[in-house]
Each structure stands twice: as structure tokens, then as C-alpha cells.
Write a protein that binds this ligand. Sequence first.
Ligand SMILES: O=C(O)C1=C[C@@H](OP(=O)(O)O)[C@@H](O)[C@H](O)C1
Ligand SMILES: C=C(OP(=O)(O)O)C(=O)O
Length: 425
Amino acid sequence: MNDRDRQAITVIPPTHPLRGRVAPPGSKSITNRVLLLAALAKGTSHLTGALKSDDTRYMAEALRAMGVTIAEPDETSFIVTGDGRLRAPAAPLFLGNAGTATRFLTAAAALVDGQVVIDGDAHMRKRPIGPLLTALRSLGIDASSETGCPPVTIRGTGGFAAGRVEIDGGLSSQYVSALLMMAACGSGPVDIVLAGDDIGARGYIELTLAAMAAFGARVEQSASSWRVAPTGYRAVDFAIEPDASAATYLWAAEVLTGGAIDLGVPATAFTQPDARAYELIASFPHLPAVIDGSQMQDAVPTLAVLAAFNETPVRFTGIANLRVKECDRVAALAVGLSEISPGLGREEGDDLLVASDPSLAGRTLPASIDTRADHRMAMSFALAGLKVHGITILESDCVAKTYPGYWWALGSLGVALEGDVPEQA
Ligand SMILES: O=C(O)C1=C[C@@H](OP(=O)(O)O)[C@@H](O)[C@H](O)C1
Ligand SMILES: C=C(OP(=O)(O)O)C(=O)O
């Protein structure tokens, strides 16, 4: 069996609208921010509502390897005890394909007195980190990588001088978030200044600033720079909101089947960028002709699969950096959609054009979706399986990156799944 054909799940279109209650897991973005901030604080922080998935496990394991005590009293909590310092780990930190953990820890490693090597899986080894390393070097930190991607080596001296750092966040806003979070642990104020293209999703910077403020940081913000005071962090108790990107699959499943799924939280309660997708999803089958995905990037795969069943075609713009996520999502979406029906998805430059064909619903169109081990490909193409017979998701276990319970969530709503469906824990 070809590796990508493993763990195949075929989704059987339900004959009824999906109804029921499914709570999405905790936010990946917030969990990995507050795990790091709690680890950098002196004292014990209780984090509740957390996501437990591959990405957050890699973060927690890496922090443990740097001397932080992290207890896990239940399925959604972490108790983090730090002494305000991170120590050099005995071995390289392996972070899978967790972009947040990799970028945030690369900057935080500059606070360590000693060497930290940060590595990831084959996918992560293709995801650029050069701009962050250049920014760290400008602060006098020895940070290098042979390829501009992980593995990276940081040789810290336990701190860094105050100063001004320019960062190009065009490829990833995570570089800016990473610098912001480590900057509060310097010996003086740090000015972080945006260089080059604007950041894709500004909302992730807001998320970072909100988490930092909760842990006692002080940041002055202007249009394209931030001044971070050297406050360090204080331990706090923090309740993590549910994951907005995970919520998009449930919102889409609801409108695709004309059902009613109670997420236990209103769309307006989310502070994460992908919650902006709610209004668009609610407008189905009248999605607009052009969707700028730049401020809700992780929701684009959900919206693109939804667009296939829209009444009119949809062009997705502002999504160039989807090419450097877990896979090249612009290409993967175009190929996957066209696997269902030739020409359904097409690339034009960095835009994605979805042809849209409501008459696809109810037809049998056997398609094996190559997820490229990308959780968002698996979760979004499963939505096509709610409407079309014959949709098979390959490497379906990749959902463990951010939503390990995804297949059970669909099952609990009455969706029949065939193939390598994991047993519920
Ligand atoms: O800061 C964050 O938590 C994230 C930022 C976004 O990535 P980029 O900043 O790389 O676009 C997003 O795609 C990712 O899933 C989470
Ligand atoms: C891009 C994503 O993740 P990350 O960058 O955190 O690996 C994602 O979850 O869609």
C-alpha cells in the first residue's frame, strides 16, 4: 500500500440534516501561546479548555524538555509551573509539523543559556523560517539553519540586549507573534517593526497581544510596530476558548445539510480570526463571487469545499501564503476538487477558482482525496462527502494535528463512515 493511501475513510452522505451538539476542541493557537507564556512565568498557571492534540503535545513536551513542569489533570487542562527560565534541552526538540510550536519556540530558545536545536517532520522541513532567524540575528542571537527551514540551531546566552528588530511577516504572522512573546523577557524594551509585506492575518497578532496582556505583559502598538516592555510574565489561570478553525467544519456541515448543530458557543464569542468565516458560511448557497481569505486563512479549505456546492463560482484571493502551510493548500484544493469533478477547482496565479456546481449533490463521484497529510484537507474534503457519494479521505489520521476527535464528531451527528475509522478512546 502506498503511504498516502493509509487510513482511508469513506464518508457516506447522510440522508437527514445533521442535528445535535458538538463542542469543538480548545483553540490550538491560544493553547500553544499560553503554554509558552505560562512556561516563561514564575509560578503555577492553570490552563483550562485546552486542546490536546499533536500540535499542543509537541509544545508541552518541548517545554518539559526545557525544565518546565507540566501536569495534565484531565483531558482539557494543563497545570504549568515555571521559574521564569527555560533550560537547554538534552536533545533536539522534535515538533512534528506544528508551525506555532516551531516558530514560537525558535524565538523563545534565544532566552536559553546554551544550544537548542529545533526540528520537525518532512513537511515542517519545507516550511520557511528564514525571516525569523534573520530578525533574531539582528538582536545579536546566534540563530541558523542550512536551508532556511527547520532544523534550526539557536545558541543563546540566557538573554538578549534591548533593541529594535525588523521582521518581515509576509510569509507567516507567526514570526511576529514569536518575537512579541519572547521580547517581554529581555533586559530592556524591544521595538518590533514590520518590514516588507503586511502580515497576512492580523488577527493572530491580536490573539498574541491578548494572551501576553493576560500574563502581565505591556505592549504599545502602532500601525506597523510594537514596543514591548521588559515585564516578564506572571503566572495566571487562563480559560482557553474553543477552536474557531475547527468550528468552521461544523458550521459548514450544518449549512450543507440544512441541519442545526449546537457548538455550545455562539460564533460572536470567538476572538480568533477564522470566526470571520461564520458570516460567509451562513450566506451559503449565496457565497460572494470573491472571497479575500487573507484574514481567515485556515478557514479557506472549508470555504473552498463549500463553494463547490454554491450557486455561483467563487474566486479566493489573498491566499498566497497557503502555499507554505502544512502543504501547498492552493494546489491541494484545486487538485482535490478536480478529483471530484474535472475543472471544479483551478489555480490562477495564487488565486483559487472554484467553479461551483450545486447539481453535484446526490451524485456518485468516486474520488480518493490525497490530503498530503494535511489535517485541513482531510477535514474540509470530508464535507464534500456529506453531499457526494464516493468521497474517500486518505491519511485520515492527520486530523490528530488539531482535532483528534473529528471523525467521532461526525459520527455523533449520524454520519456513517467506512474504512479505517479510529476507535473512540
Ligand atoms: O499564530 C497562529 O496561531 C497561526 C497563524 C497562522 O499561520 P501563519 O501566520 O503562518 O499564516 C495560521 O495559519 C496558523 O494555523 C495559526
Ligand atoms: C497552518 C496551520 O498550522 P501551523 O502553521 O500552526 O502548523 C493550520 O493549523 O492550518
